[in-house]
Design a protein around this ligand. Structure first.
Ligand SMILES: CCCCC/C=C\C/C=C\CCCCCCCC(=O)SCCNC(=O)CCNC(=O)[C@H](O)C(C)(C)COP(=O)(O)OP(=O)(O)OC[C@H]1O[C@@H](n2cnc3c(N)ncnc32)[C@H](O)[C@@H]1OP(=O)(O)O
Ligand SMILES: CCCCCCCC/C=C\CCCCCCCC(=O)OC[C@@H](O)COP(=O)(O)O
Length: 271
């Protein structure tokens, strides 16, 4: 009789663990909580090492984030490393599916590289503070003129301080199974600084992470670094074609590494 009372105690956790919805919410909450906790550890280290906001803090962040993939059952298969073996500043562009992209980003993040991010991220508690300490450039997406002037300053800083910048040209997270049309900021940035663009493509997360269906399984992500696209001699008149060229190569790579076949030419860059 006593053993019967124990049954629900054993069954409830078992049912929860086998429920994919429970696993989804558990992994998501764990991810946020763990990143916030890692940031608590990283903040004093960064302040002691660099005295404040400094791109060199990205090394500390990269080191501390690298293990998180194992905790979530994720693996990355990186190809094209050789394209990142380049001196001097450049602009990295990549597709953006989820906040999980940070894990792949930290797998390949070169030295002296930081990101362009929406300004709202600075309010994300300890994660916001660590983003600021890591030299992330915050832009106001609602005010294009402000964003343009911040990015124009960033172009000058890139050259002066030999910095690389990582931009998500879709401008928002997207899990529609294709790339969104590209915004132009990343391309203006590269042209203004006259630095190359290095495209990096993450394969689709749809085989392990489905937000609407509340599924978050283990999975492997392919990360492909593509050859640089030169911008030397280009002007603002060339930005649209540069964006279209980058979009086309990244889209075909996305479909290829996600095991899909192109069904249409897809959206062209946003005009
Ligand atoms: C140890 C503990 C760790 C715990 C924490 C772990 C990690 C933390 C550390 C790191 C994590 C960082 C992760 C960061 C991820 C952040 C992801 C994001 O926030 S994505 C969202 C923000 N990013 C972007 O929006 C970039 C892309 N957007 C753009 O580039 C846009 O172009 C824009 C500059 C924002 C402007 O937006 P708009 O909608 O107006 O875009 P259009 O492209 O349509 O442009 C309109 C018009 O303006 C011209 N234009 C655009 N930019 C420029 C420019 N720089 N100079 C001149 N002109 C510009 C453009 O050409 C259009 O004109 P036209 O139509 O005539 O061509
Ligand atoms: C007290 C505030 C608590 C807030 C907690 C949020 C903390 C986030 C915690 C863990 C995630 C760590 C990685 C953070 C970087 C994620 C950046 C990101 O993916 O931002 C979304 C942005 O690209 C596009 O935004 P939208 O898709 O347009 O919307």
């Amino acid at each position: 009789m006593d053993a019967l009372w124990m049954l629900p105690l054993l069954l409830v956790p078992l049912l929860l663990l086998t429920s994919s919805t429970f696993v989804f919410y558990f992994k998501k909450c764990f991810y946020v909580a763990w990143m916030m906790m890692l940031a608590v550890i990283a903040i004093p280290i960064c302040i002691l090492k660099s005295g404040g906001r400094d791109i060199e803090n990205m090394r500390v962040i990269r080191f501390l984030v690298r293990h998180v993939k194992y905790l979530l059952g994720l693996r990355f298969e990186v190809s094209g490393w050789e394209h990142l073996q380049m001196d001097g500043p450049y602009v990295i562009i990549s597709n953006h599916q989820s906040s999980l992209d940070v894990l792949g980003l930290m797998e390949v993040l070169p030295d002296r590289c930081t990101m362009i991010a929406k300004k709202e991220l600075i309010y994300a508690g300890t994660v916001g503070i660590i983003c600021w300490l890591g030299g992330i450039v915050f832009i106001n997406r609602q005010k294009t003129s402000d964003a343009k002037s911040v990015m124009a300053d960033a172009a000058k800083t890139m050259l002066k301080e030999q910095i690389r910048l990582w931009v998500f040209p879709e401008g928002t997270r997207n899990q529609k199974g294709d790339l969104l049309p590209f915004k132009k900021g990343a391309f203006h940035l590269a042209v203004q600084a006259q630095v190359p663009i290095i495209p990096i493509v993450f394969s689709s997360y749809s085989n392990f992470y489905l937000r609407k269906e509340r599924e978050f399984k283990s999975g492997t992500i392919s990360l492909k670094v593509l050859p640089k696209i030169e911008t030397k001699g280009l002007t603002s008149d060339d930005v649209s074609s540069l964006s279209d060229q980058s979009y086309a190569i990244m889209r075909s790579t996305f479909l290829e590494i996600s095991g899909r076949t192109p069904q249409s030419n897809g959206p062209s860059s946003a005009h």
